[in-house]
Design a protein around this ligand. Structure first.
Ligand code: 0L1
Ligand code: MG
Length: 261
């Protein structure tokens, strides 16, 4: 795929995000034979565009790390994308539906990284040794594609549907927990809609961060000290409606919430 095509597809996807409108998936509109590797080239261009606009990376993130999520979205492999500073919503804050397309929310454990982590060959245990702290998070995904309908290369090109993130304010060290056993509930207007445990994420959320380091190594990149990283959804994703009060409660890790306006 040449540089012009990569740029054209990145512009197409970013236009969907900026103009807050659904677009047809790339494989239906621009390039039916898009591969996952090419999807990451588009994602890299999209990241470069956002950096050039002055946005800052909070951290890479992992997505589609649970069997439930893969089945829900009809894809087979975990993927990564990037969270930018403009996507952050404060804990207890508001998310406006008018800023988004068809957002869904999912509960995740986030890692604050204390030392660079360089793949390949990184293990979950090595990740935990280099993790400064862990915290609860709610990720709002908002695929730019019609009806959240996409193939794996499409969703990679669309920065893994990344849209908004609410991080909790209770920050703990990972040695205080068995993160695979941490239970989490996702409630909307006081009703539990989804629940799960950390083990839903590749057996242990640290395994997802290790996989991320190993995937980044393929393009000569690494996890950086100071990155704040979403490890992937513990729960299924729930479509948001105006007026929803959303709360994620994580056993021992704390609570994170926001309201949809
Ligand atoms: O954060 C993620 O799990 C990425 C999700 C990408 C697929 C989707 O839009 O559900
Ligand atoms: Mg996610």
């Amino acid at each position: 795929m040449n540089a012009t095509t990569i740029k054209e597809i990145a512009n197409y996807v970013v236009a969907g995000e900026v103009e807050k409108r659904e677009i047809k998936k790339v494989t239906a509109q621009l390039k039916p034979d898009l591969t996952v590797e090419e999807g990451y080239l588009v994602q890299q261009e999209l990241v470069a565009m956002k950096l050039a606009e002055g946005h800052k990376i909070v951290g890479p993130k992992m997505g589609l790390t649970s069997k439930a999520k893969m089945q829900q979205m009809n894809v087979n492999d975990p993927i990564y994308g990037y969270v930018f500073d403009y996507m952050l919503i404060e804990n207890g804050g508001e998310v406006s539906l008018s800023d988004l397309i068809h957002p869904k929310v999912e509960a995740e454990i986030a890692f604050i990284i204390g030392e660079d982590i360089v793949g390949p060959g990184v293990t979950g245990a090595q990740v935990l040794a280099k993790t400064q702290s862990v915290l609860p998070a709610l990720e709002i995904i908002d695929s730019r594609y019609e009806n959240f309908n996409f193939t794996l290369p499409d969703v990679v090109a669309d920065n893994a549907s990344t849209s908004r993130v609410v991080f909790g304010t209770t920050v703990k060290t990972p040695d205080q927990f068995e993160l695979d056993l941490v239970g989490a509930t996702l409630s909307i207007n006081g009703e539990i809609r989804e629940l799960g445990a950390g083990a839903a994420v590749l057996g242990h959320p640290a395994n997802a961060i290790a996989m991320l380091a190993n995937m980044l190594a393929r393009k000569g990149d690494k996890i950086r000290k100071g990155n704040v990283i979403l490890s992937g959804a513990i729960t299924g994703a729930v479509l948001l409606q105006e007026g929803d009060v959303v709360s994620g409660k994580f056993d021992g890790l704390g609570e994170v919430s926001f309201t949809v306006t």
